[in-house]
Structures are given as C-alpha cells and as structure tokens.
Design a protein around this ligand. Sequence first.
Ligand SMILES: [Zn+2]
Length: 331
Amino acid sequence: MKRSDFLRLCFAASVTPSLARASATETPASETSATGALTEGNSAPRKLVLIAGPPSHPPLMHEFRAGTILLEKRLQSVPGLVVDRHELGWVKDEDTLDDADAVVCFSDGNGRHPVLAGEGRLAKMEGLAGNGVGFGCMHFAVEVPKDKAGSEFRKMIGGCYEHEWSCNPIWNAKFEDLPEHPITRGVKPFSITDEWYFNMRFTEGFSAEAPREVNGVRFTPVLVATPTDETRDGPYVYPKGPYPHIKAAKGRKEAVMWAVERPDGGRGFGFTGGHFHKNWQSDAFRKVILNALCWIAKVEVPAEGINSAPVDDSEIAQNLDDKRPRKKSKK
Ligand SMILES: [Zn+2]
C-alpha cells in the first residue's frame, strides 16, 4: 500500500496513525488506482499542499503568508479536504509531497519560484504531476524562465508568464461572462483592480476565446476580461514596456485565470492576480480561489461555491510579513 493510501485510511478511520498502522497490518485494505487518484464524491480526504513564498514587495503586496493563512482558515470547514500549508517558499519535508493530491504555490516566480529554487524540485513536481497530482500557481508563481521551465509548466498547467512576451500592468478587469466550470460556481460577474498579468505563453491552441482540447489536455479559460487600450499602452509594472505586440492586440480578450485537465488525470490552474492583499476582501475574488483550491485537489465544489466568512480590515492587517516600506514596487 502506498503511503498516501495509508494516510487516507488514517483520516478515514479518524484514528491516530499508530493505531491505524496496527489495524492496517491486520486487515489489508484494497488498493486504489495506480495514480492513487480518487474521484470526487469519494469520502477519503484529499490533501492540498499550499506553499507560500518568502517575503517580497512592500507591505500589503505579495503577502503570500497572510494570504495563505486566511485561505487555509476558510478551507477548514470544507468536508474531505486537508490543507497542509507551508511558508518561506518550500515544504519543510519533501515527504509530505508524496501523498499530496495537489500542490499550489502563491509566491514569487522566475528563479525564486518554489519548484525552481532548489535542486531536483522541478523533476519532483513533474513526477507528481505525471502521477495525477494537481498543480496550481498564483500570481508571480505563474512566471518561470522560458528556457528553464516554460515547456514543463505548459505541460503541467497549460501556460505561463514569459518575460517580455507577457505583461503585468495594474488594471481593473471586468469579468462579465463566466464559463460553466466548478471554479466559477456561485461566482457572479465582478470587477477588481489587480496586477492582472496577461498574454500568457499558452500551449499552442489555447486562448481566452473558448475551451479547447489539445493532445488530450482540456483547457478552460476561467477569468476572461478585455484590457482597455490604455492598459495595453502601458506602462506595465516591470519592465515598463509597452510592447508592440501587446499594443497590436487592442480589443482582444485575455485569460487571466485558466484551468486544465491533463491526460495523466491531474488538474492544473494559473491565476495571475493576487498582487494586492486587500483583494481577499472581495467575496467573488476569494470564492474563485477557494473553489479552485478545492477543484485542483478533486474535492467537489458545491453548486453555490465555497462560501466563506468576510475578511475585515483587522484580519487584513494580520500575519503580514515583516518588511520595511519601500518606495518603488517591482512586479
Ligand atoms: Zn505583483
């Protein structure tokens, strides 16, 4: 029996691991599928490993730790989901990944990306994804160096931010048409200002236009908005641009959140917002991510989506990283 199946038994039996170990030895359980994947509706808990990046940026921006704490708190009441949250850019012990159903990074990206900032991590994540483990990336974590991990990320999550191909202006995105997808359950049209990156480097054939299947990967554009001409004209946060190819696409819709279902049975998503910590006060914004964190781990999202307690000003001020205010913001 795989360790992951053993741990699921422990949870299902609601007993301590030591007791479960004894009973599992006496009564061997039937094995799950080769991937260990259980379908939605199964009562065995699913494990989401949620990784917050180290401090970055001025206060109330890129508050990865505080953001993951408030999300974790709101997922505690979701039946069938266990959240294993980590800070400072990686898991404390890589063994915890071995029975994960999904891994989600809310962190800086590029060379500081959790799965790139240490030897062997990308291969580890690829191995997990190949076994059907979900992978999600939030905000800067959608960006990786194109020659180091671009194709790997496209394979795992369908697309990524590519330096000087994608751009990162701060703009008000209006999400008027939400597709039918578990991530949008209970979400009504909304608009919010964020550093919504767009013009992702998607797998060839994927775009904001419509869901599409390429080589067995099902892609759904989840949050789609049309940047204004002024947004495309820049400046962007970093580098300031503007880029001719971004200006030339005026009027085009852009997917700033997308989801994929891979042939290995795993799921992936990318979400380009999350720059401003205060955005967690938006019920719709928060619900989209709470839904996505359930969906990526194959926990059934209820028809009304994951309802959660509002985030008031006092909670927004909690758990912030210890950072000195800086004059200039970089991406
Ligand atoms: Zn940012």
